[in-house]
Write a protein that binds this ligand. Structure first.
Ligand SMILES: [Ca+2]
Ligand SMILES: [Ca+2]
Ligand SMILES: [Ca+2]
Length: 461
């Protein structure tokens, strides 16, 4: 019953900003909240009225919250919530008393009792759930609170990769669906399920948002039959092709991918999920190249892990080659044994090495990028999210459209065995635009899982 006094006093004081109906306030600790409220799931809440009477907490002493009014057990002054007085403490000597006050009603536009919010309705997905929780949709019993940390200096509209450990899924819940929701508990973000969780392995998801600089949060809801999948195009908007090499979802742009050469590519462990082992006899190709044949601005990205250095002394370790037939090459990128990236195209015959080199060692994953900016007339190279040397100017872009037998090779080279890539390739992307340095830093971090600094299951296990 003392708790009733707590609630009444809090109301009397009337100074709590948390008392504003339909609005909740973030907190880390109880001390961040007004008197009478506690920090529950990082939101100020008057939930302690319910916590009570286990009798172990606020009831122990003569705290100010008790108002000094002894509860003799005979007064009908219970203005509040029923059923909170069942505990042994607090001096309830007599028989249980009838609670005169009404139980909280969710949807009455008044925040009461344990309600985290009350927006005047019992509608889901509007920031305050049908159970008056700061929760997107009560149909989903579990969510993950994901804290992201962007390495970029400013906001970046970028795909963000998430990995959800199988152990976090509710028992028996579908593992092949999830909804990703922004921190406002309203905005549903695009989602692509790269790989559904299995009994023994994590789920891999991609979403897309304008990622602010520094820390931010998003939520992944799961445990329901409802599905938010099917918006892959939105996740990869602005890309001509994205290849995860993950079974049936190896290309988000539905670009047919096949093996070129005389051998076969083999599935392997990648920087994220599965990848492809390639060698001098087999590598993935796209034929015809379709939207991947780009003569304008372009960004080429690939994760590669060399298992053997190229056999030649120049032009080794091809990452991309867009060539073939009667068409001149639209782009070409390799990582030389020296650790320099080389870019090339025709007919203006651009051929340049990065002005700096990285340290290239066998067995290590690296993220290689070339950006051709046809507005600035420059080429920029990146390794592992950072610029490799200076921008390099060029005189003119490639001029040929794709020919009837043109192709895109990842790791392959049609002129020389010794120039091919031997190792593993993963997460290949081609965008018909000159992506910014920030976007490339985010892409690098997103693929290797480095954007996520914390994943908390709510409710906890
Ligand atoms: Ca209410
Ligand atoms: Ca609502
Ligand atoms: Ca992969």
């Amino acid at each position: 019953m003392r708790l009733i006094v707590v609630v009444a006093l809090s109301t009397l004081l009337g100074t709590s900003s948390c008392d504003v109906q339909g609005v909740s306030y973030a907190c880390e600790l109880d001390r961040d909240c007004p008197v009478g409220e506690r920090c529950v799931l990082q939101v100020c809440s008057s939930t302690p009225a319910v916590e009570a009477d286990g009798g172990a907490l606020d009831d122990a002493g003569a705290g100010a919250a008790d108002g000094g009014v002894p509860d003799g057990g005979s007064s009908p002054g219970d203005g509040g919530v029923a059923a909170t007085d069942a505990g042994a403490s607090g001096g309830d000597a007599g028989a249980p008393l009838p609670d005169a006050g009404p139980a909280p009603v969710c949807g009455d536009d008044a925040r009461e009792g344990g309600e985290q919010c009350d927006d005047g309705n019992v509608v889901e997905r509007d920031g305050c759930s049908s159970a008056c929780r700061v929760w997107w949709d009560e149909a989903f019993p579990v969510r993950l609170r994901v804290t992201l940390r962007s390495p970029a200096a400013g906001p970046v509209d970028a795909p963000v990769g998430l990995a959800l450990p199988t152990a976090l899924f509710p028992s028996g819940a579908p593992r092949d669906r999830a909804c990703v929701v922004a921190s406002d508990q309203r905005t549903v973000l695009p989602v692509e399920i790269e790989r559904a969780a299995t009994a023994t392995d994590e789920a891999l998801l991609w979403t897309r948002l304008v990622l602010p600089s520094g820390d931010s949060e998003l939520f992944v809801y799961f445990g329901s039959d409802a599905s938010c999948a099917g918006s892959q195009g939105a996740v990869w908007q602005g890309y001509a092709g994205v290849f995860h090499f993950e079974g049936s979802v190896d290309s988000t742009a539905s670009i047919p991918l096949s093996a070129a050469g005389t051998g076969t590519t083999a599935a392997a462990a990648g920087i994220r999920g599965a990848a492809l082992d390639v060698d001098t006899t087999a590598w993935p190709q796209v034929t015809p190249p379709g939207a991947l044949w780009i003569t304008g601005s372009v960004t080429l990205e690939v994760w590669g892990r060399l298992s053997a250095f190229g056999a030649e002394t120049s032009w080794e370790n091809t990452l991309f080659q867009a060539a073939g037939g009667s068409a001149a090459q639209a782009y070409f990128l390799n990582i030389e044994n020296s650790g320099r990236l080389r870019g090339y195209w025709e007919d203006s015959n651009f051929d340049a090495l990065s002005t700096a080199a990285c340290t290239l060692a066998l067995g290590q994953w690296h993220h290689y990028v070339m950006v051709r900016d046809n507005t600035a007339d420059t080429v920029r190279f990146y390794v592992d999210g950072a610029a490799l040397g200076d921008a390099i100017g060029f005189a003119g872009p490639p001029s040929d459209a794709a020919g009837s037998s043109s192709f895109i090779y990842f790791g392959g080279n049609f002129t020389s065995v010794g120039r091919r890539f031997t190792g593993t390739l993963d997460e290949v992307r081609v965008a018909p635009a000159a992506l910014s340095a920030d976007a490339i830093a985010v892409s690098h971090a997103a693929s290797k899982g480095a954007l996520v600094v914390a994943t908390v299951r709510e409710p906890s296990l």
